[in-house]
Write a protein that binds this ligand. Structure first.
Ligand code: GDD
Length: 409
C-alpha cells in the first residue's frame, strides 16, 4: 500500500502571494479553475494501491474542511487535512504525524510540495524508486543556470542516478539540476528525521552543561523537532547510496507569486487538453464562437456570446462577462463583473471586483518581474474607460483614473 502526503504550509508562508492570500489559503487559490492543491491530489489517482492522501499544514482546519470532504467523495480515496499546532518544517511536519501515516502500513510514502506545478509523474517515479532500491527518490528537472539558485541544486551519478551532492539555494552555482519538491520514500525516512532531532537534542544538552546558553538561547539554533527536508535530510544523506533521482522533461514551475499563478494556470489548462478535456470550454473538439485556446469557464458563470475569451483564461463561479469583452491570459475569480468591451490580459481579477465599460486591465506578462502582471484584490472597482497597467491594487479600492507600474494600498 501507498500513502501520499501533500505539504501545504501555513498562513505565514504565503506572504509573497498577497493580496490574493487575504481571502483564501494559497493552496486553495484556483489554477485552471481548480484549487492549487487539487492538481497534485488528482495526480495521486494514478498511484497503484493508494490508501490515503494527507494534507499537512498549519492553516485552520475549517479552511480545508469543505474541500477535503468534497474531493474525498469525488476521488473515492480518503483525503484528510492534518493540522500542526505550529510549523515543524517540511520533514518535521511529516514526522509529527508518523503514527497516523503508518496506520495503513504503507510500503511507500509520496511527499509533495503543494506549491509546485508539474505533470507529477508519480507511478513512473514509484517504478524507478523500486529499481534503485534506496530510501528515497527525488523528482528532478533541468532549469536555466540563472534561475537554479532559487532552488535546491544537486548532482547525481549519470548511470546509477544516485544523488551525490545536494545544496539548498546555494550562493555559487553548483548544478542546473534542481529539486522539484516531489519525493517518494520508504518508511525509513522517519528514522532519518528522528536521527536529526536526536542529534539536535544531544547538542542542546551539551551546550546547556557547557555554557550559560540556557539563559540566553541562540535564535539561530532550530528547535529539535523543526526539521527541514532539504538542508537537514537530503544534504547529509547525499552520496550514501540512500537517495536517487528521477528526472522529468515535462513542465515544472514553482508557484510563489501571483504572477506565477497565471503561468501555472495556463500550464494546467494545457494539460487538461490531454487529461480532462471535459473541463475545457471547447474540450469536445468543436469550435465555439468567441473561444480560442484552452479556457475554463465555471458552469455558473455567464459569458456573453460576443465576448472573445482565450487563450489561457479561467473564469470562476458567478462571474459575468459582458458583450464584446476581450479576455486572455487571465484568472477571473468568483462574482466578478466585466462590463461591455472591457479588455483583461495578463491579470488576476479578485473576487467581486468590477471592470467598467471599455476599461483595460493589462500587463506586460513578464511573470518574473514584480509588476509584470496586474492583480486586483477583492472588491476593486475599475470605472468605465480607466486603464490599469502593470499594477497591484489592494482590496476595496475604486480606480477612476488610469494607473501604471504602481502598487495601490
Ligand atoms: N506542513 C508544513 N509545515 N509544511 C511546510 C512547513 C511546515 O512547517 N514548512 C514548509 N512547508 C511546505 C511549504 O508549504 C511547501 O509546500 C514545502 O513545504 C516546501 O517549502 P519550503 O521549505 O519553504 O521550501 P521552498 O518552497 O522554498 O523550496 C523547496 O521546494 C523547492 C521546489 O519547489 C526546497 O525543497 C527546494 O529545494 C525545492 O527546489
Amino acid at each position: 500500500r501507498v500513502v501520499a502526503v501533500i505539504m501545504v504550509g501555513g498562513p505565514t508562508k504565503g506572504t509573497r502571494f498577497r493580496p490574493l492570500s487575504f481571502n483564501v489559503p494559497k493552496p486553495l487559490f484556483p489554477l485552471a479553475g481548480q484549487p492549487m492543491v487539487h492538481h497534485p491530489i488528482s495526480a495521486c489517482k494514478r498511484i497503484p494501491n493508494l490508501a490515503q492522501i494527507y494534507l499537512i499544514g498549519f492553516y485552520e482546519e475549517r479552511e480545508f474542511a469543505l474541500y477535503v470532504s468534497s474531493i474525498s467523495n469525488e476521488l473515492k480515496i480518503p483525503v484528510r487535512y492534518l493540522k500542526e499546532d505550529r510549523p515543524h518544517g517540511s520533514a518535521g511536519g511529516l514526522y509529527h504525524f508518523r503514527d497516523l501515516i503508518m496506520e495503513d502500513d504503507p510500503s511507500h510514502i509520496f511527499l509533495l510540495n503543494c506549491d509546485v506545478c508539474c505533470s507529477f509523474p508519480l507511478p513512473e517515479m514509484l517504478d524507478a524508486h523500486k529499481r534503485y532500491g534506496g530510501m528515497g527518490t527525488i523528482l528532478v528537472v533541468k532549469v536555466s543556470a540563472e534561475s537554479a539558485s532559487e532552488f535546491g541544486e544537486l548532482v547525481a551519478d549519470p548511470t546509477t542516478n544516485e544523488l551525490l551532492h545536494y545544496t539548498e539555494k546555494p550562493e555559487t552555482f553548483v548544478s542546473d539540476r534542481i529539486n522539484c519538491g516531489v519525493y517518494i520514500f520508504t518508511p525509513d525516512i522517519f528514522t532519518a528525521i528522528e536521527g536529526v532531532s536526536t542529534q539536535r537534542k544531544d547538542r542542546a544538552n551539551l551546550r546547556r552543561v557547557s555554557s550559560f546558553e540556557a539563559m540566553q538561547p541562540d535564535p539561530r539554533i532550530l528547535p529539535a523537532n523543526y526539521v527541514r527536508l532539504d538542508q537537514d535530510i537530503l544534504s547529509p544523506l547525499a552520496g550514501k547510496k540512500q537517495l536517487y533521482i528521477y528526472e522529468t522533461n515535462d513542465f515544472w514551475e514553482q508557484i510563489k507569486t501571483p504572477g506565477m499563478s497565471i503561468k501555472c494556470s495556463s500550464l494546467y489548462l494545457a494539460q487538461f487538453r490531454h487529461t480532462s478535456p471535459h473541463l475545457l470550454a471547447n474540450g469536445d473538439g468543436t469550435k465555439k464562437a468567441g473561444i480560442t485556446g484552452d479556457v475554463y469557464i465555471h458552469p455558473s458563470a455567464k459569458v456573453h456570446p460576443s465576448a472573445k475569451i482565450g487563450p489561457s483564461v479561467s473564469i470562476s463561479a458567478n462571474a459575468r462577462i459582458g458583450a464584446g469583452a476581450r479576455l486572455k491570459n487571465c484568472i477571473i475569480l468568483d462574482d466578478v463583473e466585466i462590463k461591455e468591451n472591457a479588455v483583461v490580459s495578463h491579470a488576476i481579477v479578485g473576487w467581486k471586483s468590477s471592470i467598467g465599460l471599455w476599461a483595460r486591465v493589462q500587463a506586460s506578462g513578464d511573470y518574473n518581474a514584480k509588476l509584470g502582471v496586474t492583480i486586483l484584490g477583492e472588491s476593486v472597482t475599475v470605472e468605465d474607460e480607466v486603464v490599469v497597467f502593470n499594477s497591484i491594487v489592494l482590496p476595496h479600492k475604486t480606480l477612476n483614473v488610469g494607473v501604471q507600474d504602481e502598487i495601490l494600498l
